[in-house]
Design a protein around this ligand. Structure first.
Ligand SMILES: C[S@@+](CC[C@H](N)C(=O)[O-])C[C@H]1O[C@@H](n2cnc3c(N)ncnc32)[C@H](O)[C@@H]1O
Length: 251
């Protein structure tokens, strides 16, 4: 398991958060909403939470900071992002490497079930609809009755004019938030290649099993339907700005 010095990781994590805010100007507020849902469902008591597609653990860390009795296991297939996250995690946060398209990811968490909650941010649009359906069934099998899955992501509205308006208001919001000039996704990844301190993590990443990006194009309504088909009792958005949603599914 490769990691890096904490100060190197901190520098890249700050840059990661700023880069993500270029695309999600309300990312911190969206994280707070996810945390509020988990707090509501767990009552602030001891709970096990899984963070799907955790990347370098931005949401995992914020959850552990906000909810002192929660243990979080982040799952991601990218050893470089995991390595950055592991250098900086709270002891109540564990980050594990697994491909979410393979149902074995649930065992890889090492978190005994049933789980109280699973969360995700800006990650599941990378999975094909078939892989996502399987992931939702795995989640339904592992969450306790009344447990929740909370997914914060861009999920379209499925209506051409509404989707155009959603894009326009996000661009306007990004300008108001002052994040439109933040580093781009591609530039962030290119800059990483120049940092010799990251050589072992870059090497670990060269054999990564998953593709580097993707977009399944599913609308928020299609996500909700897939979740109901997977066995969730209720599913729908509780927060929205344009196509940016926090979708909650109750087991
Ligand atoms: C845009 S990043 C978001 C990371 C983090 N959740 C955040 O909000 O900062 C998307 C993440 O999803 C992960 N991911 C995509 N497909 C995956 C898969 N099949 N298995 C595991 N992780 C996956 C990527 O490796 C990446 O870390």
């Amino acid at each position: 398991m490769q990691t890096v010095a904490a100060d190197t990781a901190t520098r890249w994590l700050r840059r990661w958060d700023a880069q993500q805010e270029r695309y999600i100007p309300d990312r911190e507020e969206r994280f707070r909403v996810v945390i509020d849902v988990v707090r509501e469902v767990t009552g602030g008591g001891p709970a096990g939470v899984v963070d799907l597609g955790c990347g370098p653990g931005s949401l995992s860390r914020r959850l552990a900071e906000a909810l002192p009795r929660v243990r979080v296991v982040g799952v991601d297939a990218d050893p470089l992002l995991l390595g950055l996250g592991r250098a900086n995690t709270d002891p109540r946060v564990r980050l594990v490497e697994a491909d979410l398209a393979n149902p074995g990811w649930a065992d890889a968490t090492g978190l005994p079930g049933p789980w109280d909650a699973a969360v995700s941010s800006t990650a599941l649009h990378w999975l094909s609809p078939a892989d996502l359906g399987q992931l939702y069934r795995t989640l339904a099998a592992n969450l306790r009755p009344g447990g929740v899955f909370v997914n914060a992501d861009h999920m379209g509205l499925g209506r051409p004019t509404l989707d155009t308006i959603a894009d326009a208001i996000r661009d306007a919001r990004t300008r108001r938030a002052g994040t439109e000039g933040n580093e781009e996704w591609g530039a962030w990844w290119q800059a990483l290649q120049q940092d010799d301190d990251l050589a072992p993590l870059l090497d670990a990443r060269s054999n990564m099993a998953i593709a580097h990006s993707g977009d399944n194009g599913l609308t928020v309504w299609q996500h909700a339907e897939l979740l109901r088909q997977a066995g969730f009792a209720e599913a729908g958005p509780v927060w929205q700005f344009g196509d940016d949603h926090v979708l909650v599914a109750v087991r």
